[in-house]
Design a protein around this ligand. Structure first.
Ligand SMILES: Cc1cc2nc3c(=O)[nH]c(=O)nc-3n(C[C@H](O)[C@H](O)[C@H](O)COP(=O)(O)O)c2cc1C
Length: 203
């Protein structure tokens, strides 16, 4: 795996003393291949709210399109470079924000294919990074089925607790300027964010 240059921020404290802070590298994944993905918007929004000095790296699934995973193809041609590229971004991160779109009660084909390919690189698929798991949809369940399924799966023997939150009826509950409009939903979301920040700080 490559080693990324550590991004730092130098700030002046008490007039003249300068300290250098390493920025947290937050990788954002909207688990959809839609050009207008609401999950990409939601994941980006959540990452921006994390109150740590950070840089945000967004992985666009459309840039990681690969042949549909099959064991035969893996034996024949090996694991595609794009799977290693995706995995490298995870490995070089300090934390992941993943927002899952739900298609027919499950992962989108675009996300599942990447998930399958990176799962054959090594057992620790998400490189033991802190994960915030989100989902949203235009419907009343907000992608809860896929969120619960991913949460159960990702949590097996995972190094960290995985905070999760689902936002229903995205078009009614989210405003691009104000964020989550519904007060109750926003309170729940903020509590999940605080949990996630704690996990990142302790990681
Ligand atoms: C093929 C297909 C299947 C869908 N299945 C579900 C579903 O099972 N549950 C749900 O809440 N929404 C479902 N939807 C609606 C999506 O949640 C909605 O299109 C949402 O915008 C997807 O997120 P995205 O914009 O990030 O891609 C489906 C949409 C499509 C195109």
């Amino acid at each position: 795996m490559d080693v990324v240059a550590l991004r730092t921020l130098t700030v002046t404290v008490t007039g003249h003393t300068k300290i250098t802070i390493k920025l947290k590298r937050i990788v954002v994944i909207g688990a959809s291949s839609s050009s207008n993905s609401i999950n990409r918007k939601f994941a980006r929004y959540a990452a921006n709210l994390i109150s740590l000095k950070k840089e945000i790296i967004e992985l666009d699934l459309r840039e990681y399109e690969m042949s549909i995973y099959s064991e035969d193809l893996q034996h024949l041609s090996g694991i595609p470079k794009k799977a290693f590229d995706f995995k490298r971004e995870i490995s070089n991160s300090d934390a992941l924000v993943i927002s899952l779109a739900e298609h027919n009660g499950s992962y989108t084909a675009a996300f599942k294919n990447i998930y399958d390919w990176i799962s054959v690189i090594e057992a620790d698929i998400w490189c033991s990074k802190p994960i915030l798991l989100l989902s949203t949809s235009t419907g009343a369940r907000g992608g809860k089925t896929v969120l619960e399924s991913a949460h159960n799966r990702f949590s097996i023997n995972y190094k960290f607790k995985i905070p999760f939150f689902s936002l229903p009826n995205f078009n009614n509950n989210f405003d691009s300027d104000e964020g989550i409009i519904d007060i109750r939903l926003n309170q729940d979301f903020q509590a999940v964010l605080i949990d996630f920040e704690k996990i990142i700080n302790e990681s």
